[in-house]
Design a protein around this ligand. Structure first.
Ligand code: ZN
Length: 176
């Protein structure tokens, strides 16, 4: 089990556009397990690779409730193929913006194409929480954060707060 340090706002890494995964090998399998371990430890329901400082287009999700068995899902090179005009509002949070939540409106349904850990291509139709979670995580791969959907004033307040917090914190990525 390997838990990786999380990248926290305002780290500029969070604004980086991630690169497609090119090799489906043992290293990728190990990394996906590290991502899941990190997500479970946090705990969270979704995590993009850039949140553990790897600019790769991959994400993990587990929407199982506490009393249900784990249901890890790994999405590699995911892409939203189509989205509904119908929209949904969820209160979102992010492991990279701890303890901050805001309502975000997104398409209620999305069709997502992705590769599994074996390199096999799939397409799924997602709705509800899965649709929102996939869109939130795919945004990370493009350097987009959920606070980009809230008002500018609120966003500036959040960023300011995290800049202040970062000053008092030892950068985890420099830890050895
Ligand atoms: Zn997030």
């Amino acid at each position: 089990m390997s838990i990786k340090p999380l990248v926290i706002l305002p780290d500029p890494l969070l604004r980086q556009v991630s690169q497609p995964v090119a090799r489906f090998d043992a290293d990728l399998r190990k990394f996906s397990q590290d991502m899941l371990d990190t997500m479970y430890d946090a705990p969270g329901i979704g995590l993009a690779a850039i949140q553990v400082a790897e600019p790769l287009r991959m994400l993990v999700i587990d929407l199982a409730k506490e009393d249900e068995p784990k249901a890890p899902q790994v999405f590699i090179n995911p892409e939203v193929v189509s989205s509904s005009t119908e929209r949904n509002i969820y209160e979102e949070g992010c492991l990279s913006i701890p303890d901050y939540y805001a309502e975000v409106e997104r398409p209620a349904k999305v069709r997502v194409a992705y590769f599994d850990i074996e390199g096999k291509k799939h397409e799924i139709d997602a709705d509800g929480l899965l649709a929102t979670c996939l869109q939130h995580e795919i945004d990370h791969l493009n350097g987009v954060l959920f606070i980009d959907y809230i008002s500018r004033l609120k966003r500036e307040m959040v960023v300011k707060k995290f800049k202040k917090l970062a000053k008092d914190r030892v950068p985890s990525r420099l830890a050895v």
